[in-house]
Design a protein around this ligand. Structure first.
Ligand code: FAD
Length: 405
């Protein structure tokens, strides 16, 4: 039975997770078939927890983006007379009268912690249905089972592209006025504004492949990741606008490349679903013994941008100040921690989890694993020469001067 049939004439309670939007939403877009709808969100139990090294698991940069996203969602839902309860803990849900609903609906996520809470929440309701809209490809439409997914990205991508079955948005919103603003604010409207600006107004998408290794400013890449991580916009909606752009503006290697990156995103999501807890272990999904050390002094120098390597230090400073770092920067600082300082990559991944406003378990830990050589990588020793990288990507030192006072 599909979602629309399951919720037909039912008293529905929807659990918002990383689907924080109302357009192209599995339940809100089908609101009229329900008897009634109430929504809730449960705060991440990690919000008030600390890493063993003494830093909070979630920094205020990420908390702020999430809060903006929830505030915007609550406001939009209110206009449709739908209540969104924000619970601090699962106990608050248990004490509420939401449990009397006919059915619980929720987005399926593949992280290990996400699966644990899912089991608990689901068990509280008499009936439930979930949907898989976090990825571009619905795992049910894959040309292989998740257990048998190709271990390398290139083979995975080729199979997906040959099969070419991608999710389509349920409803397509009108894009808001584009505004050139440097702030990255949580929420659905801000995500759509970013599409309006980066795609259509600046036509940055036409040049994406040439600019994507940049580090300065807002517009070298799409910057959609924080909104994608919270589901303020879905990957299928981004894909829809890429196709629209290709039909109405231009189609070139750059427009293809943004789609290509969305496949990387799906690859890591599915790899996490396939390998579960191994994703977060030191030996990674290869279960390889590593000699990397828990060297606190070296780690803190890296984390606070005091290694003496200008490119690494500038990037770590940007991350600490803003909660953002370019993909070029992320690859370099991760490689430096692992291959130059020989420090345990899990600490680096945890530091980025703490700070990044676009933090996503599959993308963060998957990329770290890949660089540490414990994911499935045809080139197991992925060391970046940070001096050479600085010469190539910051030839005049402008980026480094910006962040190193
Ligand atoms: C060490 C490390 C940690 C990372 N941690 C995260 C993370 O926590 N969350 C996150 O979303 N991305 C992460 N990435 C991937 C990538 O750096 C970011 O997705 C990208 O920089 C976000 O900027 P953008 O939206 O402008 O990307 P664009 O270049 O415009 O790409 C468009 C979208 O494609 C996806 N994408 C692009 N590159 C990757 C990639 N390598 N892996 C997975 N998805 C990708 C993202 O959703 C991104 O928004 C990490 C990469 C590294 C090397």
């Amino acid at each position: 039975m599909n979602v629309a049939e399951k919720i037909n004439h039912k008293k529905v309670v929807h659990w918002y997770r990383k689907d924080q939007r109302t357009d192209d939403h599995e339940i809100i877009s089908r609101l009229q078939v329900t008897k009634s709808l109430t929504c809730f969100f449960i705060e991440d139990p990690k919000s008030n927890m600390e890493h063993p090294l003494g830093f909070p698991l979630i920094h205020k940069h990420r908390k702020t983006f999430l809060q903006e996203s929830l505030d915007a969602l609550q406001k939009t839902l209110k206009k449709q007379n739908i209540q969104l309860h924000i619970f601090k803990t699962i106990d608050e849900l248990m004490a509420s009268d939401l449990l009397q609903a006919d059915i619980l609906t929720y987005q399926k996520l593949c992280g290990t912690e996400e699966l644990t809470i899912e089991k608990k929440v689901q068990s509280l309701f008499k009936d439930s249905i979930s949907f898989q809209d976090f990825t571009l490809v619905n795992p049910a439409d894959l040309p292989f089972s998740v257990a048998q997914m190709p271990p390398m990205f290139t083979a995975f991508r080729k199979k997906i592209e040959n099969h070419a079955v991608y999710q389509a948005p349920i409803s397509i919103p009108e894009l808001p006025e584009s505004t050139i603003s440097s702030a990255m604010q949580g929420g659905e409207k801000a995500a759509l504004k970013r599409i309006a600006t980066y795609f259509y107004k600046q036509q940055g998408l036409s040049r994406y492949k040439e600019t994507r290794n940049g580090m300065i400013g807002q517009d070298y890449s799409s910057r959609l990741s924080p909104w994608l991580a919270n589901g303020n916009i879905s990957a299928r909606m981004v894909y829809h606008f890429i196709r629209d752009y290709e039909m109405t503006v231009t189609s070139n290697e750059s427009t293809y490349w943004l789609f290509f990156e969305l496949l990387w995103r799906d690859f890591f999501q599915l790899q996490l679903q396939r390998h579960g807890a191994a994703f977060f272990k030191k030996g990674g999904i290869q279960n390889r013994p590593l000699t990397l050390q828990n060297h606190e002094k070296k780690f803190w120098k890296w984390a606070h941008g005091q290694t003496g390597d200008d490119l690494v230090d500038a990037n770590m400073e940007e991350l600490k100040t803003t909660g953002w770092m370019s993909n070029r920067g992320r690859q370099n600082v991760a490689s430096y921690l692992v291959h130059d300082l020989h420090v345990n990559w899990q600490w680096g991944a945890a530091w980025m989890e703490h700070l990044l406003i676009d933090y996503d378990p599959a993308s963060n830990w998957g990329n770290w694993m890949y660089i540490a050589g414990v994911g499935h990588d045809p080139r197991p020793f992925r060391k970046f020469n940070t001096v050479g990288q600085a010469e190539r990507y910051d030839p005049n030192g402008e980026y480094r001067r910006l962040w190193l006072k």
